[in-house]
Design a protein around this ligand. Sequence first.
Ligand code: NAD
Length: 391
Amino acid sequence: MMDPAKAKIRFGILGLGMAGGMMVPALANHARTVISGAADLNPDLRARFGRDHDVEVNDNAQALACRDDIDALYIATPHQFHMEHAILAAEHGKHLIVEKPMALSLSDCDAMIAAARRNRVTLIVGHTHSFDPAIRHICQLAAADTFGLLAMIAMWNYTDFMYRPRRPEELDTAKGGGILFNQLPHQVDTARLLAGSPVRSVRAMTGILDPRRPTEGCAMVFLEFISGAAATLVYSGYDRFDSDEMHSWVAASGRRKSPSHGAARKAFEALKGEADELRLRSDRYGYGGNANFQGLEAEYQAHFGSLIATYQRADLRPSPKGILVYSDEGVQEILLPHAGNGRTLLLDEFCAAAVDGTPAAHDGQFARETVEACLAIRDSALQRREIMLRP
Ligand SMILES: NC(=O)c1ccc[n+]([C@@H]2O[C@H](COP(=O)([O-])OP(=O)(O)OC[C@H]3O[C@@H](n4cnc5c(N)ncnc54)[C@H](O)[C@@H]3O)[C@@H](O)[C@H]2O)c1
């Protein structure tokens, strides 16, 4: 455990792409963390980051993990490197936050959990939308038994995910491509957190609707929990209907957006091959790119599509400003103080675990069970049957 007297946890960001860039404002503004370094293979991203931050930037993971001026790594490299980089961090005595999905197999998750335990470092998997403030608040209400038992959760998300610029492996399911390992972990993690109970069984159907993007782009999932609650998760990434319409045109980031149906698909159709797509991905989503992700500046609550949680005495639904509660007393809105995404809450949870020794909700074991459910979604769809995880 770290010395609580140490001023701030000194973070190294491993991977300066979309996820790494989105975490920068949260790490820079959190009371208990400071950015002390970064690493990426891409020299342009290193140069952009180096211009903005007066810290050493490395060109490989090993060099970052070895540094004495770093206490923790935020691992935001592509899925297939999560296990290798998590073990590297742990073996060098660094606490770690790993991006979702934790890994692509349960044996990789086990190896990561074992490495963290062996080296007595904190391992948290985030940021998933299960850290969003509205989800946290619903969990707190449920823990206080405000509305009785949870019966069911309905989640819908319709996005343009499939037509955003992609790396080749993001279009190959065997390498973690498509929505199964990239988008569904948000829904599964959130549903599991709200249910507060292990998944008993999974039934799913998935679809590949565009042969030019040959990996799963839509899914319909039914989860049964040991507690007796159930969840349906619906996701489509084909840039037709956009479920932000049902959220008053507030985007997942908590920023206001304008309808732009089909814009991502048209931009994809204008691409001139794989190299063009890779360049566009880095230009747009890489650190300092033109997508300019700054979640902390959001005016409204972050979300991951529509969600309705049905308890014995109320239905709860995250809204742009907080949570809508539909009960016998009518409709009430609970306003939440902090707009934006849950990265600050993620860092709160991480610091409490790494410095104060408080058990984390989103630890390696919790994240492993999300991976387990995502693998079961894939298998259920392939085998056309219910997969029993805990009969
Ligand atoms: N939680 C979220 O909201 C969220 C959002 C985006 C991505 N993610 C997750 O973050 C991870 C990264 O996704 P992304 O969209 O940021 O990808 P990305 O391609 O935009 O960024 C990955 C970066 O890692 C670098 N990299 C790759 N291999 C490396 C290595 N061996 N050493 C050092 N750097 C290396 C690349 O050069 C690239 O800049 C994925 O697992 C994804 O699921 C999470």
